[in-house]
Design a protein around this ligand. Structure first.
Ligand SMILES: Nc1nc2c(ncn2[C@@H]2O[C@@H]3COP(=O)(O)O[C@H]4[C@@H](O)[C@H](n5cnc6c(=O)[nH]c(N)nc65)O[C@@H]4COP(=O)(O)O[C@H]3[C@H]2O)c(=O)[nH]1
Length: 628
């Protein structure tokens, strides 16, 4: 199984670091050169200034010697310059250019009378030497010239020293900067790697997350576009994971996910990729070679989950529902491929979970049909296409009508009568069930009030509550308002919640049911035996009644298992102080069996199918007559 990240393009940060260091180095070099130049200029002017001072002193001291052509005195004055190590030669000349005295260090050429321009400018720099000239002024004006030639060797040596120092400081600064930048880069790289990990890896399972999945799938599809072949996408959703999370806590939920991910990873091949793309959803990309074997892989994945998980001392059973789509056959791009695998996965869930489904275009047609239903359902309430039918519930002790279940009916002008089994799931998924459910409660309550006002007596009505309605924060208030408006006792209303809905969010539902119970509304569990079926859980909910699902009633008497289950449910419910209704009773034999098993109430075609309100009025009138 391949879960490593793909090789990345040359990292921008490396290029940036080199660029930063190079520009810092260039700036430092430029500054150093500038500094050396300044040093050179300042050394030069200091040298000129120093020599000029000395020449002025020589000149001042030589005035008398020049006037009296005293060569000896001039020579002695001149020799004072020998103390200056830069001076290689010097001379004193009369204005006519005749030398009066001269001085030259060993091997140095004596100076000649300077040219007029040099006397004018005062000095001239050569490569190795500095030549200077200074006019000697007597009482009546210039009387002679001092000329000096100074070596620049010492200036150059000092400059070299300065330059060396400046450059070594610059180089040390660069080295320090390099060290700091390298260290920073290492820190940034570690932080980057961590961020990268967080951005691509799911922290619970250690698998690539949805973000990484998109990248992997895109790469896989691109490779198919270039090289041909096919790629398989499997979306796996853990069935009932939410129940584990809600009942055993999030830590156990996380541990379960981790263990499930490990098992799934173990059975996949090295070229396959598995990612966790949602709470309890995994995506598996099967490489081109194995795409055709998607079904086999799906079976292997389901088998891997079949053995119960041992977590924190709990034995947990989970199954999976898998949808498969193949590229390029089932979708031209990533979005279509994923959407179709998702459609197939929902189909697998609808088929009863723990199974897989391959995508086929029919599924899309079904999705299309669903869309049409949804569009029409949105208008159904306003157009008055919804009505309620009521199915009587009868006491098994004396055969008297004890209540009615309100059941929705939708008659569409073109689609005809649409079964609730078909449109309720659509209403649920689209959220339309919230306004529709509100309408059902209000209509049922108003109908009960209408029967009462017509003198047909008080009646007890049951209304179905869907998962979405249970989560609606206004549901309780709406229901209480409906009861008040109708002037009904809260005990006349019973809300039916399926086991599956209850288990979907145990904590929130326990709270909701307690609040409903505090209002006096009765509660019953619908379709009991088809979901989590645990009496232990039942104890946690403040319910009044259990409704045995009609699938158990269907084959009794005769089917030993169903007989045993039905009898056990009735006995256990009674032991918890709950009454029991059996639904779907169609025959005399079923009725007899249920009565003997101690069941309290029955509902089914044997007594009456769901009927419109006016047909129910007839039954209520008969009930009144029987009483009298
Ligand atoms: N085979 C057989 N079936 C019988 C018999 N007696 C009654 N039934 C049918 O069993 C279903 C009982 O309703 P349910 O289990 O709550 O199941 C209901 C309920 O889950 C949902 N539903 C119906 N009305 C509403 C509603 O107002 N709100 C919500 N949330 N769901 C509703 O739609 C489901 C189907 O409703 P219906 O088609 O009316 O189907 C009804 C009823 O017509 C019988 O003897 N044999």
């Amino acid at each position: 199984m391949n879960n490593h990240s793909s090789p990345r393009a040359p990292r921008l940060d490396r290029v940036m670091t080199v660029a930063n260091l190079a520009s810092a180095g260039a700036a430092l070099l430029f500054a150093s050169v500038l500094l050396i130049l300044l040093q050179f200029l300042s050394l030069r002017s200091a040298m000129v200034e120093d020599m000029r001072v000395q020449m002025r002193i020589i000149g001042d001291n030589s005035t008398a010697a020049l006037m009296f052509h005293d060569r000896q005195a001039s020579k002695e004055t001149l020799e004072a310059l020998s103390a200056s190590p830069n001076v290689s030669a010097a001379g004193i000349f009369t204005l006519s250019g005749a030398p009066l005295a001269s001085f030259a260090r060993d091997g140095a050429e004596p100076v000649a009378m300077p040219a007029a321009w040099l006397i004018q400018d005062g000095y001239r720099f050569g490569w190795r030497e500095l030549e200077l000239a200074h006019r000697i002024i007597g009482n009546d004006g210039p009387i002679g010239v001092v000329a000096v030639r100074a070596s620049l060797a010492q200036l150059h040596a000092r400059l070299l020293g300065h330059a060396g120092l400046t450059l070594s400081i610059a180089l040390s600064a660069m080295a320090l900067a390099y060290l700091v930048v390298s260290r920073m880069r290492r820190v940034v790289k570690t932080a980057e790697a961590h961020l990268d990990y967080l951005a691509h890896i799911d922290p619970v399972t250690g698998l690539p997350n949805r973000h990484a999945f998109n990248g992997r799938l895109e790469t896989a599809l691109r490779s198919i576009d270039l090289n041909g072949g096919s790629v398989g996408l499997l979306l796996l959703d853990l069935d009932n994971f939410k129940i584990v999370n809600d009942t055993l806590g999030h830590q156990t939920g996380d541990d379960l996910l981790k263990a499930a991910a490990r098992r799934l990873m173990e059975i996949l091949r090295s070229g396959d990729v598995i990612c966790r793309i949602g709470g309890d959803e995994f995506a598996i990309i099967i490489d081109a070679m194995h795409a055709a074997h998607g079904d086999a892989v799906a079976e292997k994945l389901l088998n891997a989950l079949a053995t119960p998980f041992e977590i924190d001392g709990h034995e947990i059973y989970v199954s999976g529902s898998i949808g498969i789509s193949t590229y390029p056959e089932d979708g031209a791009d990533m979005a279509a491929l994923t959407r179709n695998a998702d459609t197939a996965m929902y189909q697998a869930k609808g088929k009863g979970k723990n199974t897989f489904e391959r995508f086929h275009p029919d599924l899309n047609q079904r999705a299309q049909k669903r869309m049409t239903l949804e569009t029409n359902l949105r208008k159904a309430l306003d157009r008055g296409e919804l009505t309620l039918h009521y199915q009587p519930q009868v006491s098994l002790r004396d055969g008297r009508l004890v209540g009615l279940e309100a059941l929705l009916r939708w008659r569409h002008p073109e689609l005809g009568l649409v079964s609730p089994a078909e449109f309720i799931p659509v209403a649920e998924e689209s959220g339309l069930i919230v306004p529709i459910g509100r309408w059902v409660v209000h209509t049922a309550c108003r109908q009960v009030a209408a029967w009462r006002d017509a003198g047909l007596g008080d009646v007890h009505v049951c209304v179905n509550l869907s998962p979405r309605q249970a989560r609606d924060p206004h549901m309780l208030h709406d229901t209480v308002m409906a009861l008040r408006e109708a002037g009904m006792r809260p005990q006349q209303l019973e809300l039916e919640i399926t086991e599956t809905v209850l288990m979907e969010n145990v904590h929130a539902n326990v709270e909701l049911l307690h609040r409903l119970q505090r209002e006096g509304i009765r509660l019953s569990i619908d379709d009991f035996g088809t979901g989590y079926s645990s009496m232990a859980y039942l104890k946690r909910f403040p319910i009044d009644q259990v409704k045995i699902d009609r699938t158990f009633v269907r084959d009794i008497p005769g089917d030993g298992d169903d007989e045993a289950i039905t009898t056990a449910i009735i006995a256990m419910a009674h032991s918890l102080g709950l009454t029991v209704v059996a639904e779907g009773v169609e025959t005399e034999a079923q009725l007899r069996f249920l009565r003997e098993a101690g069941c309290d109430t029955m509902q089914g075609y044997y007594f009456a199918e769901p009927r419109p309100a006016d047909a129910i009025a007839v039954l209520l009138r008969e009930r009144l007559a029987e009483r009298e």
